[in-house]
Design a protein around this ligand. Structure first.
Ligand code: HEC
Ligand code: HEC
Ligand code: HEC
Ligand code: HEC
Length: 358
């Protein structure tokens, strides 16, 4: 996984002023001290969208044809049919004493989208779908699409502005909300479920990096150009995606580690993720000198990666989150050319980017 691949990269460079960087370069498994077994509440839960507010991808497809065709080529779509037949899934289920994957709340949270039908019954309707990323749409779907009851050409700029304010207030996650979008990916992709990992043998998160993972099979920038092309991210936006991705990786791994209760695969993997992400955050901070990135790197450098530090780790995660949001809101990417050298090249994108019409 990504972790092991980057672990060997030596971090040559002066430490940031005042930021003691404990443990750089040391083996993490060895560096993770055995902490006290903490009596913590429930493990960090992935956010399960409210099925009563899900309308379903079929409704989005009425207008968003190209985006829907792209989605249908992704793992997110295919997992709906494939997971219940997957041998590995049955093994995980068995280890946890579960019977049917598709009806298990725990697996549903991340692998499927559920909807409450008019008769009051809730059932899985798809894999990871539009509303897993843009949020359940019942309260915003009509509002975002109707040009305030006018036509595209006759809606005034003020009305359009108000329409988007309303859609966002009703929960819509828009492409402009990079931090929130990314946090959502990580809610599933870090797999913040200790028991699922340690006892069930589930992968301890994906080797996720936002640019690589969003610009391959996932990319569906076909709307604002009427399906003419699946537009790549602009150079400015790529920088933001990369930096916000590193910050949210750090935040999510710190949070997951803060909820760990035993020194096993889950805690060890999350500690490794923190270690790698904070190296990257430090590189970004030094290259850009951006005050929020510097804040993130400093806070993370001070984190002691032991189970006994749960409370302080959660505090550091909060700090990282706040600075990451501030960073995402402040920048349009134009002043961040220093990030370009860290960007992965197109060949590293995960999966095949779909061409519209194919
Ligand atoms: C009745 C047609 C219609 C339906 C149904 C519809 N949309 Fe849209 N959608 C639109 C229109 C029109 C726009 C562009 C509005 C604009 O640019 O001002 C849009 C824009 C968007 C955007 C881009 C927003 C932005 O900030 O640029 C997203 C994301 C989106 N829709 C997601 C969805 C999802 C998810 C669903 C299903 C839950 C859905 N839409 C259902 C018509 C629709
Ligand atoms: C917190 C989110 C989350 C939960 C809960 C979850 N998974 Fe997963 N699962 C993932 C992610 C993310 C991946 C992709 C991992 C990767 O990138 O390799 C995955 C991958 C898998 C895979 C490998 C898929 C493949 O195609 O090879 C199996 C099998 C699996 N999960 C089964 C389960 C089962 C069974 C449950 C319920 C007991 C479950 N998962 C619950 C997030 C989750
Ligand atoms: C894995 C998460 C994910 C899923 C699933 C997803 N989207 Fe998106 N969507 C995004 C992200 C991230 C962006 C912004 C990408 C960017 O800015 O380049 C986006 C952008 C969009 C846009 C704006 C495109 C443009 O031309 O600028 C629309 C419209 C949209 N999504 C609709 C949908 C619809 C409809 C579905 C379901 C068929 C869907 N999305 C499924 C994450 C997702
Ligand atoms: C609701 C949970 C959830 C959300 C949100 C989510 N994913 Fe996923 N994603 C999964 C699961 C589960 C899998 C594995 C499915 C399988 O293989 O069975 C997966 C698989 C993928 C894959 C395919 C990986 C491979 O090995 O081929 C990519 C790429 C991906 N996700 C990117 C993203 C991006 C980018 C975002 C955010 C914009 C995102 N995902 C949001 C749950 C999620």
């Amino acid at each position: 996984m990504q972790g092991t691949r980057h672990q060997g990269i030596p971090f040559a460079g002066a430490p940031l002023a005042g930021a003691p960087f404990a443990g750089a370069g040391r083996s993490l498994a060895a560096g993770l001290a055995l902490g006290l077994l903490l009596a913590l509440p429930e493990a960090a839960q992935a956010r399960a969208p409210d099925p009563a507010k899900v309308v379903g991808a079929t409704e989005c497809a009425e207008c968003h044809k190209e985006e829907t065709e792209t989605w249908k080529k992704t793992r997110h779509y295919k997992t709906f049919k494939e997971l219940p037949r997957n041998k590995e899934a049955r093994k995980i289920g068995k280890a946890l004493g579960l019977r049917r994957v598709r009806s298990e709340g725990l697996c549903l949270t991340c692998h499927f989208s559920s909807k409450t039908e008019d008769n009051g019954k809730t059932k899985p309707i798809a894999g990871i779908s539009c509303e897993s990323c843009h949020s359940p749409a019942k309260d915003w779907v009509k509002r975002h699409s109707k040009y305030s009851g006018k036509k595209k050409e006759t809606e005034t700029p003020e009305e359009a502005k108000q329409r988007w304010i309303d859609a966002e207030a009703a929960g819509m996650i828009r492409p402009s909300m990079i931090y929130t979008l990314t946090k959502n990916c990580y809610g599933c992709h870090i797999v913040p479920e200790e028991k699922l990992v340690n006892k069930g043998g589930h992968p301890a998160g994906s080797p996720f990096e936002l640019v690589r993972w969003s610009q391959g099979e996932i990319r569906h920038n076909t709307w604002h150009n009427s399906g003419k092309e699946n537009r790549p991210l602009s150079p400015e936006r790529l920088r933001l995606f990369y930096a916000v991705g590193v910050a949210v990786e750090l935040e999510s791994a710190l949070r997951a580690l803060s909820k760990a209760t035993e020194k096993d695969r889950f805690a060890v993997t999350m500690a490794k993720r923190v270690q790698i992400a904070r190296l990257r955050a430090r590189r970004l901070a030094r290259a850009t000198k951006d005050p929020d990135l510097v804040k993130i790197a400093r806070a993370a450098s001070a984190a002691r990666l032991t189970l006994a530090e749960a409370k302080s780790l959660a505090g550091i995660a909060d700090l990282v989150a706040k600075a990451a949001q501030a960073f995402a809101e402040k920048h349009d990417g134009s002043k961040l050319a220093a990030i370009d050298r860290f960007l992965p090249d197109n060949k590293q994108h995960k999966g095949k980017t779909r061409t519209p019409g194919s």
